[in-house]
Design a protein. Sequence first.
Length: 124
Amino acid sequence: MKLIMIIGGMAQGKHAFAAQFAHARCIDGLAAQIRDAVRAGRDPLAEANASVRDFVTMWESTSSDDLAKTQDLVLIYPEVGSGVVPLDPEERAWREAVGRVGCRIAAEADEVYRVVAGIAQRIK
């Protein structure tokens, strides 16, 4: 199973680029789950450090068949570190957690693509 991470800002074409990986399971919305973890007082980075692949897949309901276990994973992930730093402490904590977890996932991913203005560039 290969982990492919697609990162980019809002409305930059991440989903359109991900469509070319038709053979893979696509996972989106991990940042919202990280927000829930931060609000609950859990440390998403510690959870991601335990096992990145388990961390990525624990948020989706997977089937128990062998194909689901061996199929490549495409993770669509937001790029949050280039904007304005939020004034709200909870928003800052979420932004920090999303950034750090994203770094951890990228380090473990087999391929990483950054999408800007609909153009994808492989960075790993």
